[in-house]
Ligand binder design. Structure first.
Ligand SMILES: Cc1ncc(C[n+]2csc(CCOP(=O)(O)OP(=O)(O)O)c2C)c(N)n1
Ligand SMILES: [Mg+2]
Length: 335
């Protein structure tokens, strides 16, 4: 840990740091349950764990208002949880139960919860960036002070949609916080091998978009950065944040990630955002028992959520075709 980080730990608001720690453990515990469920054949569809990337979810989504809009990715459990979605509804969605956020039809990659302005995870890489810009255009039209946060991976910056979205948001000064979760990989490929120029952070300046690069595993530092950026984005123009992180698990729950050099993974493990937050908490005077208590509480919460979801009903046959297609006159549901 650097001296600067240590000094920050000593000065940090202990309660705020504890809240980050609890939230990061809630995400990890949720995903560990989901991965066990996938292994047992109880979770349907693919699960993309964000283990190792929890600090980005906590810092970004923790700084949004409940009515600020969020668009997430295929790796979105953490974003959605921190935005305020109910973990039971999320787990039911993974298990295909009727109490799921989308009545069990979408699974992990299609969780949406309009109740907390979470417009959706998205299985199509980069597709959420243009949806975000559309949502922000509507907010601007309504003269709203809400913002849109759009999280995407470093692989998404090479999709045409990202360029379109960034350009349109800049031209119309739309209130979008674009967040690139740069975990260095797009599935099994190192993104640096297929990204020309200076990477994600070089894309913003080319379009006149203010761009900030940050350590995505330093939850306290990132929280301070995002808090400032969110206030700047309110009312527009857009900002691009590139948060450097690392996915400690496989691309999916079934991926052993053997394509990564062992030394690289070992080095990344030392930067685990939860372990780094624990180190700051120790500096702030939090003891081992309290740290273990927070972790155990998160694991107990998610184990209970999983067991409850396992007992939930399957969707009735009559709902098989409900909500799967726009039938022409959908009711207007505000989000
Ligand atoms: C348009 C599109 N192309 C390819 C895929 C297959 N795919 C799913 S996840 C993924 C990697 C995305 O990498 P990145 O954007 O860095 O996100 P990460 O998985 O690292 O979180 C790919 C290529 C897809 N889902 N959508
Ligand atoms: Mg990536």
């Amino acid at each position: 840990m650097t001296d600067a980080a240590a000094a920050r730990g000593a000065n940090l608001d202990r309660e705020r740091l504890c809240a980050f720690y609890r939230q990061m453990w809630r995400i990890r515990a949720f995903e560990e349950c989901a991965m066990r469920g996938a292994e047992a054949g109880e979770v349907f569809g693919t699960v993309h764990p964000s283990i190792g990337q929890e600090a980005v979810a906590v810092a970004v989504c923790g700084n949004l208002r409940r009515d600020d809009i969020l668009l997430s990715t295929h790796r979105g459990h953490g974003h959605t949880l921190v935005k305020g979605a109910d973990p039971y509804a999320m787990m039911c969605e993974l298990l295909g139960r009727v109490d799921g956020s989308c009545r069990g039809k979408g699974g992990s990659m299609h969780i949406a919860d309009f109740g907390v302005a979470m417009l959706g995870a998205n299985g199509v890489v980069g597709a959420n960036t243009v949806i975000a810009v559309g949502a922000a255009q509507r907010l601007k039209y309504l003269r709203s002070d809400r913002i849109v946060a759009c999280i995407f991976g470093d692989g998404a910056v090479n999709r045409g949609t990202f360029l379109e979205a960034l350009n349109w948001a800049a031209v119309h000064a739309l209130p979008v916080l674009f967040v690139c979760e740069d975990n260095r990989y797009a599935a099994s490929t190192r993104t640096c091998d297929l990204t020309a120029g200076g990477g994600a952070a070089a894309r913003g300046p080319a379009l006149g978009v203010e761009t900030v690069e940050a350590d995505g595993n330093d939850v306290a530092g990132l929280d301070a950065t995002v808090r400032e950026l969110v206030e700047r984005v309110r009312g527009g123009p857009p900002v691009l944040l590139v948060a450097r992180t690392y996915r400690l698990a496989g691309h999916t729950s079934r991926d052993p990630a053997a394509y990564r050099p062992e030394a690289e993974v070992a080095a990344a493990r030392k930067e685990d955002p939860i372990a780094r937050c624990a180190a700051l908490l120790r500096l702030a005077g939090v003891g081992e028992e309290e740290l273990a208590g927070m972790r155990e509480a998160a694991c107990r919460e998610m184990d209970a959520v999983y067991e409850r979801a396992r007992g939930a009903a399957w969707p009735p046959r009559a709902l098989a075709f409900a909500d799967v297609q726009d039938v022409g006159s959908p009711e207007e549901r505000p989000f």
